[in-house]
Design a protein around this ligand. Structure first.
Ligand SMILES: Nc1ncnc2c1ncn2[C@@H]1O[C@H](COP(=O)(O)OP(=O)(O)O)[C@@H](O)[C@H]1O
Ligand SMILES: [Mg+2]
Length: 306
């Protein structure tokens, strides 16, 4: 079975899409079969990866609404080993109707597990920011979460809230969603990371930080303009090299075969992280759970009123 990695985080602009697209492409260069699932109605991953206009109008929402066979929605990309399930803005509407029933929060998980995990080593889901329904759908679908942090764009509260959200999803759906790690983006050195963690009072997550960090690199913007991942834009660019290294690090965690191992290297970190959540006041989890439930109710009521 392939490993499902959701790239998520509560703050916008930290590099979730950049990470999803380029980690996937780098894994594909290592001949891992990868599927990118774009779960953001802004469809930035789709626009970045697609090289030609599609000949059909099928998206992730078509799968979620059961109006298309999953296999008919998958698109090939410029990389032989990387495929795409594209997003469209209609994902937003699909999410509104799924939000009526809490059991639908696992709809993406069911789809990915039933239709994609057998054919791919990695399924990488690009999640929107915030605590909205689609980011819950994306997180609930993952085995593991990869969290990009950008110093200056990420706060301590962002990190704490993400932990609470993950805890809420685990409890609500009885699933073993775990944090694979935090990947620093837009960073010049390992020293910068240490300084950031210290200044932001985030040293409690230091053990969960990936060794690789991604530097700020103009090749990223160029590669978006050329509709290809940065490893194809310029494999020798600092970001290109970093993504190759990140793919190796990810693949070594998942047993060098792109498979989720029985006792992963991050297991130790994972139980440590759970202890930290408890110590840092898990009572607030209930508060957050209640506010999310309220938010979903509000969406439902406004839907019914229309
Ligand atoms: N390592 C990087 N170097 C330079 N620009 C980057 C880098 N990572 C992300 N960006 C830019 O930052 C912006 C936000 O990145 P994006 O991946 O879209 O964030 P998110 O998906 O979290 O909202 C984009 O314009 C992207 O091109
Ligand atoms: Mg994005």
């Amino acid at each position: 079975m392939g490993t499902i990695l959701t790239v998520s985080g509560p703050a916008g602009g930290t590099g979730k899409t950049t990470m999803a697209v380029n980690l996937a492409a780098a894994l594909a260069l290592y001949e891992k079969k990868v599927l990118v699932v774009d779960c953001d109605p802004r469809k930035n991953a789709t626009t970045w990866i697609r090289q030609t206009s599609p000949t059909h109008d099928r998206h992730l929402s078509s799968i979620l609404k059961n109006t298309a066979e999953p296999a008919d929605v998958i698109e090939q990309t410029g990389l032989l080993w990387m495929d795409l399930v594209p997003a469209g803005f209609d994902l937003f509407y699909a999410a509104q109707s799924l939000a009526r029933d809490v059991s639908h929060q696992t709809r993406l998980k069911q789809v990915v597990q039933q239709h994609f995990t057998a054919d791919y080593d990695y399924i990488i889901i690009d999640s929107p920011a915030s605590f909205g329904y689609l980011s819950m759908l994306a997180l609930t679908a993952g085995d593991w979460v990869v969290v990009p942090l950008w110093p200056g764009r990420t706060s301590e509260t962002d990190c704490q809230n993400l932990m609470k959200l993950i805890q809420f999803i685990r409890k609500t759906h009885h699933i073993r969603l775990r944090i694979a790690g935090f990947i620093f983006n837009g960073c010049a050195s390992a020293k910068d990371i240490q300084v950031f963690l210290k200044n932001k009072h985030l040293t409690w997550l230091a053990d969960l930080v990936f060794e690789t960090f991604i530097p700020e690199d103009p090749a990223v913007a160029r590669s978006i303009g050329h509709h290809r991942p940065v490893v194809l834009e310029d494999i020798n660019a600092p970001a290109g090299k970093a993504f190759l290294q990140f793919a190796m690090e990810i693949d070594s965690i998942f047993n060098g075969q792109g498979r989720c191992p029985e006792t992963p290297a991050t297991e130790k970190k994972s139980s440590w992280e759970m202890r930290e959540i408890k110590e840092r006041g898990s009572g607030k989890v209930e508060q957050l759970a209640a506010s999310i439930a309220n938010m979903i109710n509000e969406i439902n009521q406004s839907e019914e009123a229309q």
